[in-house]
Design a protein around this ligand. Sequence first.
Ligand code: NAD
Ligand SMILES: O=c1ccn([C@@H]2O[C@H](COP(=O)(O)OP(=O)(O)O[C@H]3OC[C@](O)(CO)[C@H]3O)[C@@H](O)[C@H]2O)c(=O)[nH]1
Length: 390
Amino acid sequence: MASPVRVDLDGNPIRPITICMIGAGGFIGSHLCEKLMAETPHKVLAVDVYSDKIKHLLEGPASLPWTDRIHFHRLNIKNDSRLEGLIKMSDLTINLAAICTPADYNTRPLDTIYSNFIDALPVVKYCSENNKRLIHFSTCEVYGKTIGSFLPTDHPMRQDPAYFILKEDASPCIFGPIEKQRWSYACAKQLIERLVYAEGAENGLEFTIVRPFNWIGPRMDFIPGIDGPSEGVPRVLACFSNNLLRHEPLKLVDGGQSQRTFVYIKDAIEAVLLMIENPARANGHIFNVGNPNNEVTVRQLAEMMTEVYSKVSGEPPLEVPTVDVSSKEFYGEGYDDSDKRIPDMTIINRQLGWNPKTSLWDLLESTLTYQHRTYAEAIKQVTSKPLASS
Ligand SMILES: NC(=O)c1ccc[n+]([C@@H]2O[C@H](COP(=O)([O-])OP(=O)(O)OC[C@H]3O[C@@H](n4cnc5c(N)ncnc54)[C@H](O)[C@@H]3O)[C@@H](O)[C@H]2O)c1
Ligand SMILES: O=c1ccn([C@@H]2O[C@H](COP(=O)(O)OP(=O)(O)O[C@H]3OC[C@](O)(CO)[C@H]3O)[C@@H](O)[C@H]2O)c(=O)[nH]1
């Protein structure tokens, strides 16, 4: 029996397209590739320097249903002449490539700026010159700090949503001073957003910009010393997972008072698929993609992850499950932080009718189940080995 014709939000048939996905081997890219292979007829030219997180889609019996629809191209967009050809072969380019772990922003500011601005320039240029549609991944971090964060801590206006809800077409971008090199990333992302927007305004580039608000789930970053460098510092989900797996206290930077909203990767990928398959509704827009209902302080996140991990692993939590550390000690000189990140959902609701579904507890339960199943044995092996004699 023929499969039903897939239609977009306006009832128009969705035609199969070819997508050049740059950064396809990463956390978001791997989930997006899975979704596209499992639920759509689209083709993917998967571009990345790594493929570990999409290996299950590229080889082995499980990949047979889509062997002719996904092809991996190992290339570094910094210096590879094949890039333009791949963009020209595609109907749509999705650019996910970036250095996007905060530990790098103040310690590798030049690499961070080059990765998030300079290296993206040819991607925008090739899309514009060849009249190809672009979906560019920016970040919620372009908002920086909230206006309310500059009010006295007990000022009543801090409770006014106008002082903290982040809105694509209204909120300013507020970063710290230049010596706070943490903001090298957000500033690079802001400038590439402005370049993409200008290519749209002046040269008619069909673009969509995505501002993810802390998407988390399986395959995010790495566990130091297992599938990443021992001295590496990933994003908070992997940091806390690593501490839990190793029965160490979770480190709360500057007391863990910063606030975040976390969205489940599977919910967020639904939003991206709507952008891909509804160009008339997505072109020319910047979209917050997050879950305003899942706001916690970092301390509350640590406490919830400790409780969920204890349930998932069957191991009791530590007597003292967290420890405060200074940002200088944890990240080094030049760190600064966003105080609060709550996305306004008006535009994405209006254009795409998308809303997140998964609560923080539920997404942590499925994610920590994955982390425990994937890493617990390997960590036990590593920690049980006697230290090499010096
Ligand atoms: N995950 C989130 O919550 C989040 C939040 C805000 C913004 N973002 C943005 O979304 C995008 C994807 O993020 P992610 O979480 O999947 O990160 P990730 O680090 O898992 O994936 C990025 C991928 O890009 C690849 N890449 C980087 N530079 C490259 C280059 N020069 N050539 C080829 N490939 C290159 C990396 O190898 C990696 O596989 C990034 O642009 C990031 O800034 C993500
Ligand atoms: O062991 C740890 C690790 C981190 N923290 C604090 O948690 C907050 C979140 O940190 P993190 O997940 O590393 O990243 P941010 O949310 O600050 O920024 C990211 O969000 C989006 C993106 O643009 C791309 O992923 C990236 O910039 C923070 O307050 C840390 O200090 C901790 O206390 N302990």
